[in-house]
Design a protein around this ligand. Sequence first.
Ligand code: GLV
Length: 330
Amino acid sequence: MTAKPRILVARAIFDDVIGKLAAHFEVDANQADDALAGPALAARLAGKWGAFTTGGERIDAALLAQCPTLKIVANMAVGYNNFDVAAMTAAGVLGANAPGVLTETTADFGFALLMATARRITESEHFLRAGQWQKWRYDLFAGQEVHGSTLGIIGMGRIGQGVARRGALGFGMRVIYHNRTRLDAATEAACQARYVSKQELLQTADHVVLVLPYTPEAHHTIGAAELALMKPSATLVNLARGGIVDDAALAQALQAGRIAAAGLDVFEGEPQVHPALLACRNVVLTPHIASATEPTRRAMAHLAADNLIAFHTQGRALTPVNPEALAPGR
Ligand code: GLV
Protein backbone atom coordinates (compact mmCIF):
# COMPACT_ATOMS: atom_id res chain seq x y z
CA MET A 1 0.00 0.00 0.00
CA THR A 2 1.41 3.39 -0.97
CA ALA A 3 1.69 5.94 1.83
CA LYS A 4 -0.92 8.67 1.90
CA PRO A 5 0.35 12.13 0.92
CA ARG A 6 0.94 14.43 3.88
CA ILE A 7 -0.98 17.66 4.24
CA LEU A 8 -1.10 20.52 6.70
CA VAL A 9 -4.41 22.03 7.78
CA ALA A 10 -3.04 25.40 8.79
CA ARG A 11 -5.84 26.57 11.09
CA ALA A 12 -8.50 24.98 13.29
CA ILE A 13 -11.44 23.70 11.27
CA PHE A 14 -14.58 21.52 11.57
CA ASP A 15 -13.76 18.01 12.85
CA ASP A 16 -15.75 16.34 10.06
CA VAL A 17 -13.62 18.13 7.46
CA ILE A 18 -10.49 16.77 9.14
CA GLY A 19 -12.14 13.33 9.06
CA LYS A 20 -12.89 13.61 5.35
CA LEU A 21 -9.31 14.66 4.62
CA ALA A 22 -7.93 11.85 6.79
CA ALA A 23 -9.52 9.28 4.45
CA HIS A 24 -7.08 10.44 1.74
CA PHE A 25 -4.17 12.08 3.51
CA GLU A 26 -1.93 11.89 6.52
CA VAL A 27 -3.21 15.07 8.15
CA ASP A 28 -1.21 17.42 10.38
CA ALA A 29 -4.11 19.46 11.77
CA ASN A 30 -3.45 22.69 13.62
CA GLN A 31 -6.59 22.30 15.73
CA ALA A 32 -4.81 24.29 18.44
CA ASP A 33 -5.15 27.21 15.98
CA ASP A 34 -1.60 28.46 16.62
CA ALA A 35 -0.70 31.41 14.38
CA LEU A 36 1.51 29.95 11.65
CA ALA A 37 3.44 32.34 9.45
CA GLY A 38 6.91 32.68 7.91
CA PRO A 39 9.45 30.25 9.41
CA ALA A 40 6.86 28.52 11.66
CA LEU A 41 4.62 27.87 8.65
CA ALA A 42 7.60 26.69 6.55
CA ALA A 43 8.69 24.32 9.34
CA ARG A 44 5.20 22.86 9.63
CA LEU A 45 4.97 22.47 5.84
CA ALA A 46 8.26 20.55 5.61
CA GLY A 47 7.67 17.30 3.73
CA LYS A 48 4.01 18.13 3.03
CA TRP A 49 2.35 17.51 -0.36
CA GLY A 50 -0.52 19.93 0.23
CA ALA A 51 -1.89 22.61 2.49
CA PHE A 52 -5.38 23.70 3.56
CA THR A 53 -5.18 27.42 4.28
CA THR A 54 -7.71 30.01 5.35
CA GLY A 55 -6.64 33.12 3.48
CA GLY A 56 -4.25 34.55 6.06
CA GLU A 57 -1.19 32.38 5.39
CA ARG A 58 1.27 34.05 3.02
CA ILE A 59 2.45 31.64 0.30
CA ASP A 60 5.34 33.34 -1.52
CA ALA A 61 8.64 32.56 -3.18
CA ALA A 62 10.59 32.58 0.11
CA LEU A 63 8.23 30.05 1.67
CA LEU A 64 8.01 27.89 -1.47
CA ALA A 65 11.82 27.69 -1.66
CA GLN A 66 11.72 25.98 1.74
CA CYS A 67 8.88 23.62 0.79
CA PRO A 68 9.99 21.73 -2.34
CA THR A 69 7.52 18.87 -1.81
CA LEU A 70 4.47 21.17 -1.81
CA LYS A 71 2.15 20.67 -4.79
CA ILE A 72 -1.12 22.37 -3.87
CA VAL A 73 -2.46 25.03 -1.49
CA ALA A 74 -6.24 25.22 -1.09
CA ASN A 75 -7.69 28.35 0.47
CA MET A 76 -10.93 28.23 2.41
CA ALA A 77 -11.70 31.73 1.08
CA VAL A 78 -12.76 33.23 -2.20
CA GLY A 79 -10.00 35.85 -1.91
CA TYR A 80 -6.46 34.63 -2.46
CA ASN A 81 -4.31 37.70 -2.03
CA ASN A 82 -2.30 35.60 0.45
CA PHE A 83 -0.99 33.74 -2.62
CA ASP A 84 1.86 35.08 -4.70
CA VAL A 85 0.32 33.44 -7.75
CA ALA A 86 3.30 34.07 -10.03
CA ALA A 87 5.68 32.50 -7.51
CA MET A 88 3.39 29.51 -7.04
CA THR A 89 3.06 28.98 -10.78
CA ALA A 90 6.84 29.26 -11.21
CA ALA A 91 7.27 26.63 -8.50
CA GLY A 92 4.62 24.38 -10.10
CA VAL A 93 2.37 24.73 -7.04
CA LEU A 94 -1.36 24.80 -7.73
CA GLY A 95 -3.50 27.28 -5.80
CA ALA A 96 -7.25 26.90 -5.28
CA ASN A 97 -9.83 29.20 -3.74
CA ALA A 98 -13.44 28.70 -2.59
CA PRO A 99 -15.74 30.77 -4.79
CA GLY A 100 -19.51 30.56 -5.19
CA VAL A 101 -20.50 28.90 -1.92
CA LEU A 102 -20.29 32.16 0.05
CA THR A 103 -21.81 34.58 -2.46
CA GLU A 104 -25.31 35.06 -1.06
CA THR A 105 -24.24 34.93 2.59
CA THR A 106 -21.59 37.58 2.00
CA ALA A 107 -24.04 39.75 0.04
CA ASP A 108 -26.50 39.44 2.96
CA PHE A 109 -23.80 40.67 5.29
CA GLY A 110 -22.91 43.53 2.96
CA PHE A 111 -26.47 44.66 3.18
CA ALA A 112 -26.53 44.23 6.96
CA LEU A 113 -23.43 46.41 7.22
CA LEU A 114 -24.91 49.00 4.86
CA MET A 115 -28.11 49.14 6.92
CA ALA A 116 -26.29 49.27 10.26
CA THR A 117 -24.06 52.05 8.95
CA ALA A 118 -26.76 54.16 7.34
CA ARG A 119 -29.21 53.76 10.24
CA ARG A 120 -26.56 54.12 12.98
CA ILE A 121 -27.51 50.85 14.65
CA THR A 122 -24.35 50.10 16.60
CA GLU A 123 -23.77 53.73 17.58
CA SER A 124 -27.30 53.98 19.01
CA GLU A 125 -26.97 50.63 20.77
CA HIS A 126 -23.77 51.80 22.49
CA PHE A 127 -25.64 54.94 23.60
CA LEU A 128 -28.49 52.88 25.01
CA ARG A 129 -26.23 50.38 26.79
CA ALA A 130 -24.29 53.26 28.32
CA GLY A 131 -27.50 54.43 30.01
CA GLN A 132 -27.59 57.66 28.01
CA TRP A 133 -31.16 57.27 26.69
CA GLN A 134 -33.19 59.70 28.77
CA LYS A 135 -35.92 60.85 26.40
CA TRP A 136 -37.29 60.78 22.83
CA ARG A 137 -35.87 63.44 20.53
CA TYR A 138 -36.96 64.30 17.01
CA ASP A 139 -33.43 63.88 15.66
CA LEU A 140 -32.14 61.09 17.91
CA PHE A 141 -29.75 59.03 15.74
CA ALA A 142 -31.32 60.29 12.53
CA GLY A 143 -29.43 58.47 9.80
CA GLN A 144 -29.34 58.22 6.04
CA GLU A 145 -32.17 56.91 3.88
CA VAL A 146 -31.61 53.48 2.31
CA HIS A 147 -34.73 52.72 0.25
CA GLY A 148 -34.91 54.72 -2.93
CA SER A 149 -31.34 55.99 -2.59
CA THR A 150 -28.41 55.45 -4.97
CA LEU A 151 -26.23 52.41 -4.32
CA GLY A 152 -22.73 52.53 -5.85
CA ILE A 153 -20.87 49.22 -6.03
CA ILE A 154 -17.18 49.04 -6.87
CA GLY A 155 -16.32 45.47 -7.88
CA MET A 156 -19.18 43.73 -9.63
CA GLY A 157 -18.29 40.06 -9.38
CA ARG A 158 -20.68 37.51 -7.90
CA ILE A 159 -20.89 39.16 -4.47
CA GLY A 160 -21.24 42.66 -5.92
CA GLN A 161 -24.09 41.42 -8.10
CA GLY A 162 -25.75 39.89 -5.02
CA VAL A 163 -25.55 43.25 -3.23
CA ALA A 164 -26.94 44.97 -6.35
CA ARG A 165 -29.93 42.61 -6.57
CA ARG A 166 -30.74 43.16 -2.90
CA GLY A 167 -30.58 46.92 -3.36
CA ALA A 168 -32.57 47.09 -6.58
CA LEU A 169 -35.19 44.41 -5.94
CA GLY A 170 -35.52 44.67 -2.16
CA PHE A 171 -35.03 48.36 -1.46
CA GLY A 172 -35.89 50.09 -4.73
CA MET A 173 -32.40 51.58 -4.96
CA ARG A 174 -30.89 52.99 -8.12
CA VAL A 175 -27.80 50.83 -8.62
CA ILE A 176 -24.66 52.12 -10.32
CA TYR A 177 -21.43 50.18 -10.48
CA HIS A 178 -17.82 50.39 -11.53
CA ASN A 179 -15.72 47.37 -12.42
CA ARG A 180 -12.53 46.56 -14.31
CA THR A 181 -14.71 45.20 -17.11
CA ARG A 182 -18.28 46.14 -17.86
CA LEU A 183 -20.86 43.36 -17.36
CA ASP A 184 -22.84 42.00 -20.31
CA ALA A 185 -26.25 43.51 -20.90
CA ALA A 186 -28.19 40.53 -19.51
CA THR A 187 -26.29 40.61 -16.20
CA GLU A 188 -26.69 44.38 -15.95
CA ALA A 189 -30.43 43.94 -16.51
CA ALA A 190 -30.71 41.17 -13.88
CA CYS A 191 -29.01 43.45 -11.34
CA GLN A 192 -30.76 46.58 -12.62
CA ALA A 193 -27.32 48.17 -12.53
CA ARG A 194 -25.83 50.94 -14.66
CA TYR A 195 -22.11 51.11 -15.43
CA VAL A 196 -20.45 54.45 -14.57
CA SER A 197 -16.93 55.79 -14.11
CA LYS A 198 -15.40 55.56 -10.65
CA GLN A 199 -15.56 59.34 -10.37
CA GLU A 200 -19.26 59.49 -11.23
CA LEU A 201 -19.97 56.67 -8.80
CA LEU A 202 -18.18 58.43 -5.94
CA GLN A 203 -19.87 61.75 -6.68
CA THR A 204 -23.37 60.35 -7.09
CA ALA A 205 -23.80 57.37 -4.75
CA ASP A 206 -25.51 57.72 -1.38
CA HIS A 207 -23.97 54.42 -0.30
CA VAL A 208 -20.69 53.12 -1.71
CA VAL A 209 -20.01 49.38 -1.25
CA LEU A 210 -16.57 47.92 -2.04
CA VAL A 211 -16.48 44.28 -3.16
CA LEU A 212 -13.43 44.17 -5.44
CA PRO A 213 -10.58 41.67 -5.04
CA TYR A 214 -7.35 42.96 -3.52
CA THR A 215 -4.56 43.36 -6.06
CA PRO A 216 -1.61 45.76 -5.99
CA GLU A 217 -3.56 47.98 -8.44
CA ALA A 218 -6.55 48.01 -6.06
CA HIS A 219 -4.41 49.22 -3.12
CA HIS A 220 -6.05 52.34 -1.64
CA THR A 221 -8.83 52.40 -4.24
CA ILE A 222 -10.40 54.72 -1.67
CA GLY A 223 -8.06 57.31 -0.19
CA ALA A 224 -8.30 60.99 0.73
CA ALA A 225 -8.87 62.11 -2.89
CA GLU A 226 -11.73 59.65 -3.43
CA LEU A 227 -13.33 60.44 -0.06
CA ALA A 228 -13.23 64.10 -1.03
CA LEU A 229 -15.40 63.31 -4.06
CA MET A 230 -18.14 61.65 -2.00
CA LYS A 231 -21.24 63.45 -0.73
CA PRO A 232 -21.02 64.56 2.92
CA SER A 233 -24.17 62.49 3.53
CA ALA A 234 -22.72 59.35 1.91
CA THR A 235 -21.71 56.11 3.60
CA LEU A 236 -18.92 53.69 2.68
CA VAL A 237 -18.89 49.92 3.26
CA ASN A 238 -15.75 47.80 2.84
CA LEU A 239 -16.57 44.11 2.41
CA ALA A 240 -13.57 43.43 0.22
CA ARG A 241 -10.11 43.37 1.80
CA GLY A 242 -7.97 45.49 4.04
CA GLY A 243 -5.75 47.78 1.97
CA ILE A 244 -8.48 48.64 -0.53
CA VAL A 245 -9.30 51.60 1.73
CA ASP A 246 -6.67 53.91 3.22
CA ASP A 247 -7.91 53.43 6.80
CA ALA A 248 -6.02 56.47 8.16
CA ALA A 249 -7.54 58.74 5.50
CA LEU A 250 -10.97 57.25 6.17
CA ALA A 251 -10.68 57.91 9.91
CA GLN A 252 -9.79 61.54 9.16
CA ALA A 253 -12.77 61.88 6.81
CA LEU A 254 -15.12 60.34 9.40
CA GLN A 255 -13.80 62.57 12.17
CA ALA A 256 -14.14 65.66 10.00
CA GLY A 257 -17.67 64.70 8.91
CA ARG A 258 -16.40 64.60 5.34
CA ILE A 259 -18.67 61.56 4.82
CA ALA A 260 -21.50 60.51 7.13
CA ALA A 261 -20.41 57.03 8.20
CA ALA A 262 -18.58 53.83 7.28
CA GLY A 263 -19.04 50.11 7.84
CA LEU A 264 -15.89 48.00 7.78
CA ASP A 265 -15.50 44.22 7.91
CA VAL A 266 -11.86 44.24 6.77
CA PHE A 267 -8.85 46.34 7.79
CA GLU A 268 -5.30 47.18 6.82
CA GLY A 269 -3.08 44.94 8.95
CA GLU A 270 -6.02 43.08 10.52
CA PRO A 271 -6.61 41.84 13.19
CA GLN A 272 -5.10 45.19 14.19
CA VAL A 273 -7.49 48.09 13.61
CA HIS A 274 -6.27 51.65 13.08
CA PRO A 275 -6.63 53.36 16.49
CA ALA A 276 -8.18 56.44 14.88
CA LEU A 277 -11.00 54.26 13.53
CA LEU A 278 -11.63 52.83 16.99
CA ALA A 279 -12.06 56.39 18.23
CA CYS A 280 -14.69 57.30 15.59
CA ARG A 281 -18.32 57.15 16.65
CA ASN A 282 -19.66 56.99 13.07
CA VAL A 283 -18.13 53.69 12.01
CA VAL A 284 -19.48 50.14 12.34
CA LEU A 285 -16.63 47.67 12.85
CA THR A 286 -16.89 43.88 12.45
CA PRO A 287 -14.07 41.28 12.60
CA HIS A 288 -13.99 39.91 9.01
CA ILE A 289 -17.17 37.86 9.38
CA ALA A 290 -19.03 38.53 6.12
CA SER A 291 -19.15 34.83 5.17
CA ALA A 292 -19.60 33.63 8.75
CA THR A 293 -22.69 31.51 8.98
CA GLU A 294 -22.19 27.92 10.03
CA PRO A 295 -23.56 26.41 6.77
CA THR A 296 -21.46 28.73 4.61
CA ARG A 297 -18.25 28.27 6.58
CA ARG A 298 -18.88 24.53 6.38
CA ALA A 299 -19.42 24.72 2.59
CA MET A 300 -16.21 26.75 2.20
CA ALA A 301 -14.24 24.24 4.26
CA HIS A 302 -15.63 21.29 2.29
CA LEU A 303 -14.80 22.98 -1.01
CA ALA A 304 -11.21 23.56 0.12
CA ALA A 305 -10.98 19.91 1.22
CA ASP A 306 -12.56 18.74 -2.06
CA ASN A 307 -9.96 20.72 -4.00
CA LEU A 308 -7.18 18.79 -2.24
CA ILE A 309 -8.96 15.46 -2.70
CA ALA A 310 -9.78 16.05 -6.40
CA PHE A 311 -6.19 17.02 -7.11
CA HIS A 312 -4.93 13.87 -5.38
CA THR A 313 -7.46 11.48 -6.92
CA GLN A 314 -8.01 13.04 -10.38
CA GLY A 315 -5.02 15.31 -10.92
CA ARG A 316 -7.17 18.46 -11.09
CA ALA A 317 -8.63 20.89 -8.56
CA LEU A 318 -12.28 21.98 -8.71
CA THR A 319 -11.62 25.72 -8.44
CA PRO A 320 -7.97 26.38 -9.29
CA VAL A 321 -6.65 29.92 -9.52
CA ASN A 322 -3.52 29.09 -11.55
CA PRO A 323 -4.20 25.99 -13.66
CA GLU A 324 -1.19 27.05 -15.73
CA ALA A 325 0.97 25.77 -12.87
CA LEU A 326 0.23 22.27 -14.19
CA ALA A 327 1.06 23.02 -17.84
CA PRO A 328 3.00 20.12 -19.41
CA GLY A 329 6.69 20.75 -19.69
CA ARG A 330 6.68 23.33 -16.97
C1 GLV B 1 -13.16 36.09 2.85
O1 GLV B 1 -12.72 37.16 3.07
C2 GLV B 1 -12.95 35.35 1.64
O2 GLV B 1 -12.16 35.79 0.79
O3 GLV B 1 -13.55 34.29 1.49
